[in-house]
Design a protein around this ligand. Structure first.
Ligand SMILES: NC(=O)c1ccc[n+]([C@@H]2O[C@H](COP(=O)([O-])OP(=O)(O)OC[C@H]3O[C@@H](n4cnc5c(N)ncnc54)[C@H](OP(=O)(O)O)[C@@H]3O)[C@@H](O)[C@H]2O)c1
Length: 305
């Protein structure tokens, strides 16, 4: 099968290569999915799991990409809950060969059915950003209606999901980003926007929940904005400062079939819009994943036309 691999950690995204690889086989509780569309997060090149397995053994060359939408073609021993021919989408294991390929072996529990009226390209854009937003807001952030949410990077892949889900839950959302992100953040539902390069973040007053996708100094300053009992939720590692009277949670997203179902249902009925910026073929993926200028929205690789 055709697949994108990486073997040189120092090369970053420039090290992505399109090669031929053997098709994977299904282990216990796995399915094989023929991938129609794949999502990729550029920071994957910095994740240890791209380079080693769970036992810390070298697994280069590895296939990156962890989001997928496709069709089940085989079941492993003992696999239940999914069937051959079923449309699915989901989040592949960080430590196994991923989804920038024609086929992937993946545990069935990491997948959910993809309804027939949701395009594969849309399905592949949802798992990481949708699940991250859902888990950060509701599970870790314990968001309640009426609360004020500071959504950093509000025009990005995660931030647009955070904004929409928080608004639906009855929160007031203050988005942040760069000057060029203002209109997009407002279009996705932010009620205020802070340009982090020229506005003063501290002017927004107190918030109940900070959703941090930026970290560093922005994460540190955000800790000081929390109301008593609030939560600083980070997906970019532990923040450099702790709030005086609030919780801090830094987490890595996990696959969850029930949450994937909730997310895709919202896409079908119009409550959630995806933030897809660019769609490429697998043959053109190496160039598409090495953009020469700033790209807005998620890049999706369409593996099958
Ligand atoms: N722990 C987890 O489970 C998890 C899950 C998902 C994502 N993540 C991480 O979360 C981060 C965001 O992911 P994403 O997919 O949402 O990325 P994205 O689509 O690039 O969105 C991030 C947004 O924040 C903006 N931004 C970044 N730094 C900024 C700064 N200093 N000032 C103003 N705006 C800034 C970006 O603008 P520019 O493009 O101009 O920089 C972009 O609009 C990544 O580091 C990713 O690895 C972690």
């Amino acid at each position: 099968m055709k697949a994108i691999v990486v073997a040189d950690q120092a090369a970053g995204l420039a090290g992505l290569k399109l090669v031929e690889r053997p098709e994977p086989s299904a282990a216990i509780n796995d399915v094989i999915v023929q991938i129609h569309a794949s999502g990729f997060v550029p920071t994957e090149m910095a994740w240890p799991s791209t380079w080693t397995d769970r036992g810390d053994r070298d697994r280069k060359p590895s296939i990156p990409g962890h989001e997928l939408a496709g069709v089940v073609t085989a079941l492993g021993y003992g696999t239940t809950g999914l069937s051959v021919g079923q449309r699915v989408f989901g989040l592949a294991d960080w430590y196994r060969d991923g989804t920038l390929a024609e086929y992937v072996a993946i545990e069935a529990r990491n997948l959910a059915p993809l309804p027939g009226d949701v395009d594969f390209t849309v399905g592949a854009s949802l798992p990481i950003s949708g699940l991250t937003a859902w888990q950060g807001l509701f599970q870790h952030g314990r968001l309640q209606a009426g609360q004020r949410v500071l959504a950093h990077g509000a025009a990005g892949a995660v931030g647009t999901m955070v904004t929409q889900l928080a608004r639906e839950a009855g929160a007031y959302v203050i988005g942040t980003g760069r000057a060029a992100d203002r209109q997009k953040a407002l279009d996705f539902g932010s009620q205020e926007f802070v340009d982090l390069d020229s506005d003063t973040l501290e002017d927004i007053g107190r918030v109940d929940l900070v959703f941090d996708v930026i970290g560093g100094d922005i994460g540190k300053r955000s800790a000081g904005l929390l109301r008593a009992g609030g939560a600083l939720v980070s997906v970019v590692g532990p923040p450099n400062a702790r709030p005086d009277n609030g919780r801090v949670v830094d987490f890595v997203v996990e696959s969850d079939r029930a949450e994937l179902n909730e997310i895709v249902q919202r896409v079908r009925d119009g409550r959630l819009r995806t933030n897809i910026g660019h769609v490429s073929t697998l043959d053109d993926a190496v160039a598409a994943l090495n953009p020469t200028k700033r790209r807005e929205g998620k890049t999706i690789i369409r593996i099958r036309p």
